[in-house]
Design a protein around this ligand. Structure first.
Ligand code: NAD
Length: 258
């Protein structure tokens, strides 16, 4: 099963890791739908990537059921099938347990978890009927985080959301395996994007991150995108329900006692 000619939806595909994923997939011959809530960066991304193939931006807030419904309908109108879904849209809220307002907590879970649930459910319904009509099974990749496995001070809502996403990956993989639909995840460490720029631009915090990263540097969006490309290819045909770290060795390191 090749990526060429298949339709891929990338949520949050207007910038950062999502944009890199959209680029790598369109270059591999996929027809790509960028589903992002930011109209301006979404249109710019569509314009940039159109040089490489078929790309369509559809403004979408993944936490809104009607937006997701509209996304799927327009994507099918444009490209006929939905073969690949990359759940990448997310927000990071920095706040500790003692100060976090419940509205802020709900907001993070709404986008990072409910959003991924809504798109997964809507795409899976289409993928199931496509599979029952003899088309190749669909593939879903969830962009999780190292923070789904380890706790980070001051990022409680985000860490909880990514832990939930890893369980969404396992649960959806188990249910959808009956149709051959695979669901996997990618869990990045710190990748140089806007989401973490206020951390990585601070020399003190940046040094702290790098001192805990055995490879001694931040990751690049393309290094995450290449793993997504592998997971949606036929070479990963026997993989489902798994989330793979791409974190420069952060998870492997146990800081020694002084
Ligand atoms: P980013 O902020 O650069 O991009 C996120 C994109 O998602 C933006 O284009 C934004 O407009 C879009 N978005 C936000 N809310 C949305 C919504 N409700 N509906 C649709 N689109 C929405 O972030 P990034 O660093 O590229 O992060 C991409 C993914 O990678 C996220 O899931 C993030 O949690 C994960 N991740 C990032 C890092 C990192 O260090 N950058 C580390 C681990 C995991």
């Amino acid at each position: 099963m090749s990526i060429e000619g298949r339709t891929a939806i990338v949520t949050g595909g207007a910038s950062g890791i999502g944009l890199a994923v959209a680029r790598v997939l369109v270059k591999a011959g996929a027809k790509v739908v960028i589903a992002d809530m930011d109209q301006q960066t979404g249109e710019t991304a569509e314009e940039q990537l159109s040089a490489h193939g078929a790309v369509q931006f559809i403004r979408t807030d993944v936490s809104k059921r009607l937006d997701v419904h509209n996304l799927m309908a327009l994507a099918v109108d444009h490209f006929e099938t939905i073969d690949i879904l990359v759940n990448n849209a997310a927000i990071l809220e920095r706040c500790s347990l003692l100060d976090l307002h419940e509205d802020a907590f709900r907001h993070v879970l709404d986008i990072n978890v409910t959003g991924a649930f809504l798109t997964t459910q809507a795409a899976a319904r289409l993928m199931v009927s496509q599979a029952e009509n003899g088309q190749p099974p669909g593939i879903i990749v969830n962009i999780s985080s190292l923070n789904g496995r380890v706790a980070m001070n001051g990022q409680l809502a985000y860490c909880v959301s990514k832990g939930a996403m890893d369980q969404l990956t396992r649960s959806a993989a188990v249910e959808l395996a009956a149709w051959g639909i695979r669901v996997n995840g990618v869990a990045p460490g710190t990748i140089a994007t806007d989401m973490v720029a206020n951390l990585t631009d601070n020399p003190g915090i940046r040094d702290q991150i790098l001192s805990r990263t055995p490879l001694g540097r931040l990751g690049e969006p393309d290094e995450v995108a290449d793993l997504v490309k592998f997971l949606v290819s036929g070479r990963a045909a026997y993989m489902t329900g798994e989330t793979i770290l791409v974190d420069g060795g952060r998870r492997a390191l146990n800081i020694p006692l002084p």
